[in-house]
Design a binder for this molecule. Structure first.
Ligand code: MCA
Ligand code: AMP
Length: 504
């Protein structure tokens, strides 16, 4: 028996004294040290009574110990549920309740509020602070540095990641051990990762990009990463000469280009820059090459599927495209009305199938059935085409989604809060271009007859319910929303009307 994820990403490094995490204070954590910490945490989970298959919800700052918690869950056969540090207690309560998490790990600052949630739901709670202190590590330090890895099958669940939906209710995407392992191994090969690579890691570790792409690839390659708490331009510029690779959302690259210290010399030691999570403007691609001589490698993925396509490592990295389906991944463009495959060159919905595709949404069989076909193809909700050379282009979205700085925001969630406010008849939330975040959130409010809604008070409610990155940058008041003859709100008209609001 075995545990494919733990064995394939972590166990393979047992006894290795080579660096895994390089911290900003100069501290280096070897693979061996990291595994010792994760085994100690796994021992804590067993001691407090967690059983394989139990869910562990973690809303913690980025730290080596937070990463070790992920490894510990893999080793103990627990399902890891990382949560954005920006989520409010309202949002967290839903995730914790919906997932039936047995353990909540949170920052000491949130213990009081989340403690109440935990109590109400019968979950245990432990704390883990940004500096590695807290009740979890206090117990872990007294534990043995080895743990008998729990047997798991490739099809067993390894992680849940919540993704919002067009109906406003978040869905727990169930990812298996094989989903995560197979994708990491494919990317190591495709992007030529080797043990001597040093990845500049400035992404958060609660989403696919920072955790399952950047971290898992580093682990699968046995390489190391400069582990930064967040994207800080000064730190990234300072760390780059020590790195060989970087992964980021387009905002990382536009921010770098906006700084005169980011030069060809600074990037001379780098061999690869990868971009994803949001569209990289062709203009950014071109400017980046002019400045550094590097062509950014753009790839395309989703929470439900990990990575689907990538531009080639060797060969032309074509600006404005997301490259080719990864080995083992099938991709087709279909007619949204009947699901039939369309000829190359025609725009339709993107569907994917492969070992990377998730198992379904936790306890939501109807939603799973609506998006994951019986034959294994997943309907991504993205619109695209395949060009004559086989490159995949994403041309739009068949889902009402805003991507701001790489974070996904579903308008429905915000509209539900706005619609509840006094004096509001209805609302429409749209994404409009933004120079730093790519897109930003704009709320359009229609008042009830005779009412003059207080937009400041509305923002107070929004702040209480929703994470900061989802807050509308502005609320505008209109007499009515544009609608088509079927009565459907025409968000495209609103997007056109306000497209210049935040760009000069
Ligand atoms: C921070 N803020 C944001 C965002 N980030 N608002 C909108 N969109 C955002 N993405 C808030 C802050 O809380 C702050 O609020 C204010 O905006 C300005 O913050 P700033 O200092 O400029 O932001 P930052 O802290 O520097 O963060 C920007 C960032 C960060 C570095 C771009 O958002 C980031 O690391 N994004 C990466 C997201 C990511 O990993 N996505 C991958 C998802 P205040 O002023 O009130 O304090 S996985 C995925 O999409 C798929 C699978 C894939 O293909 O990868
Ligand atoms: P998430 O739900 O956070 O997993 O985000 C997945 C969505 O991000 C996809 O469905 C796409 O709409 C978008 N996305 C990811 N990578 C790219 C990319 N390279 N270009 C355009 N959109 C992307």
């Amino acid at each position: 028996m075995a545990n494919p994820l733990y064995d394939g990403l972590f166990g393979i490094h047992a006894g290795k004294t080579t660096p895994f995490l390089r911290l900003l204070d100069g501290q280096v954590i070897t693979h061996q040290d990291f595994l010792a910490t994760s085994a100690q945490i796994a021992n804590v989970t067993a001691q407090i009574g967690l059983k394989p298959g139990d869910r562990v919800a973690a809303q913690v700052e980025k730290s080596p110990e937070a990463l070790a918690l992920y490894a510990a869950c893999a080793q103990a056969g627990l399902v890891f549920l990382p949560l954005n540090t920006a989520y409010t207690v309202d949002e967290l309560s839903y995730f914790i309740e919906n997932s039936g998490a047995s353990l909540i790990v949170c920052d000491g600052k949130s213990e009081e509020k989340l403690g109440e949630v935990a109590k109400g739901l019968g979950a245990q709670i432990e704390t883990l602070n940004a500096d590695g202190t807290g009740t979890l590590m206090a117990q872990a330090q007294a534990m043995p540095v080895s743990f008998a890895t729990v047997d798991r099958k490739g099809d067993d669940l390894a992680a849940f990641l919540y993704t919002s939906g067009t109906t406003g209710r978040s869905k727990g995407a169930m990812l298996t051990q094989n989903n995560l392992l197979s994708n990491a191994q494919t990317l190591v090969k495709e992007w030529r990762f080797a043990a001597d690579d040093v990845l500049l890691h400035a992404l958060p570790i609660f989403h696919t990009h920072g955790l399952f792409v950047a971290t898992n690839v580093t682990l699968a390659a046995g390489s190391s990463m400069i582990f930064m708490p967040k994207f800080d331009l000064d730190q990234v510029i300072e760390g780059m000469p020590e790195a060989t690779t970087m992964m980021g959302v387009p905002t990382f690259y536009t921010r770098l280009l906006g700084d005169a210290r980011f030069t060809r010399d600074l990037a001379a030691h780098m061999r690869l820059f990868v971009s994803g999570s949001a569209p990289l403007l062709a203009e950014t691609h071109v400017q980046f090459e002019e400045r550094t001589g590097h062509r950014i490698l753009e790839r395309y993925g989703m929470t439900e599927t990990n990575m689907n396509t990538s531009n080639p490592f060797d060969g032309e990295r074509r600006a404005g495209t997301v490259g080719f389906p990864l080995p083992g991944v099938e991709l087709k463009i279909t007619n949204p009305d009947n699901g039939e495959t369309l000829p190359d060159g025609e725009v339709g919905q993107i569907e994917v199938r492969g070992p990377n595709v998730f198992k379904g949404y936790w306890q939501m069989p109807e939603k799973t059935a609506a998006e994951l076909r019986e034959d294994g193809f997943f309907i991504t909700g993205d619109l695209g085409k395949i060009d004559e050379d086989g490159y995949v282009h994403i041309v739009g979205r068949n889902k009402d989604l805003i991507i701001s700085g790489g974070y996904n925001i579903y308008p429905k969630e915000i509209e539900m809060v706005l619609d509840d406010q006094p004096g509001v008849l209805e609302s429409a939330v749209i994404g409009v271009p933004h120079p730093d975040f790519g897109e930003t959130v704009l709320g359009v409010i229609v008042p009830e007859n005779g009412a003059s809604p207080d937009t400041d008070a509305m923002m107070v409610s929004v702040r209480q319910s929703l994470a900061r990155f989802k807050h509308p940058r502005e609320l505008v008041v209109l007499d009515e929303l544009p609608r088509n003859t079927m009565g459907k709100v025409q968000k495209n008209i609103l997007r056109e009307q306000y497209q210049g609001m935040f760009v000069s």
